[in-house]
Design a binder for this molecule. Structure first.
Ligand SMILES: C[S@@+](CC[C@H](N)C(=O)[O-])C[C@H]1O[C@@H](n2cnc3c(N)ncnc32)[C@H](O)[C@@H]1O
Length: 268
């Protein structure tokens, strides 16, 4: 994707987030549904930390993060930030791909259910690493679509097209093989997510098809260490052959963290 196309896609997404008040109503339900995961993610941040919540939306994480130190949040959407009700929160409107903070100015950076919305996920990860001090933590929580036949709701409208699923899966397999064997990480981006033209369903505004393996590998390239990783639901399904296939795939390094919601904790 060219820089111009990425900028245009981001502008369209920001306009979407800023005009869809019901999106933010829906986030409250998601927050409730994901509370145990959020609490668990916060538990990996040492106490008395200066914490940046990147792409914080309505600052839902503040309730779990405030007990761990000083909370700062930033998000690209004014609508999201307006929903953050607590006056003591320090919030800034800013792009996660160019954070308005100095190098090494936080003990920890966390991002929940947001990396999949970054048009340039590598830049977002790089920025999170930049603002964290050496020895500090970067915590990521959110969905991933690691198995090659998994895809976000942002692509749902394409599924009915003849052959789409097969060609998506092959493209994904080839991209993942290139990433695993030769280190050419695909960071697959959806250029036309369904949310921009169809009624909204959860993650129809995702643009990065998260693959946990490539996130870990990219972070390692920058010298970060994975100190913890876990998945909440391995999504095995009910069919015996599919369960067996998935169990075998999960033995391979590229699919070690395949599942519904993945939590990755890195140390810089
Ligand atoms: C699904 S919401 C999650 C919000 C919050 N992190 C949470 O867990 O409740 C995704 C958020 O990512 C924000 N976002 C997406 N791209 C961004 C970017 N490039 N910079 C900053 N925020 C971004 C959106 O505005 C939105 O608030």
């Amino acid at each position: 994707m060219t820089d111009a196309a990425a900028t245009q896609l981001k502008q369209r997404l920001v306009a979407f987030w800023n005009t869809q008040e019901h999106y933010w109503d829906g986030i409250s339900d998601e927050v409730a549904a994901n509370s145990p995961n959020r609490g668990r993610a916060a538990s990996f941040i040492p106490e008395d930390s200066r914490i940046l919540d990147v792409a914080c939306g309505s600052a839902a994480n503040a309730q779990w993060l405030k007990p761990r130190g000083a909370y700062f949040g930033s998000d690209i959407s004014q609508s999201g930030l307006r929903r953050a009700q607590q006056p003591e929160l320090r919030l800034a409107c800013g792009d996660a791909e160019a954070l308005p903070f100095a190098d090494a100015s936080f003990d920890a950076a966390i991002s929940t259910f947001a990396l999949e919305h970054a048009v340039r996920p590598v830049q977002m990860l790089q920025e999170m690493c930049r603002v964290v001090r050496p020895g500090g933590r970067v915590v990521l929580l959110g969905p991933s679509w690691d198995l090659p036949f998994w895809y976000p709701n942002a692509l749902q409208s394409k599924v009915a097209k003849p052959g789409w699923r097969r060609s998506y899966t092959w493209k994904r397999v080839l991209g993942q093989l290139g990433g695993w064997l030769f280190g050419r990480l695909p960071f697959l981006i959806i250029e036309e997510p369904d949310a921009l033209s169809l009624p909204f369903v959860y993650d129809a505004d995702a643009v990065y098809v998260v693959w946990s393996y490539e996130v870990i590998r990219q972070m390692r390239r920058w010298g970060l260490r994975l100190v913890h990783g876990e998945v909440d639901d391995r999504m095995l399904g009910f069919s015996a052959p599919v369960r067996l296939l998935k169990r075998l795939l999960y033995l391979l390094p590229p699919y070690r963290f395949a599942g519904s919601t993945v939590l990755l904790v890195f140390e810089r």
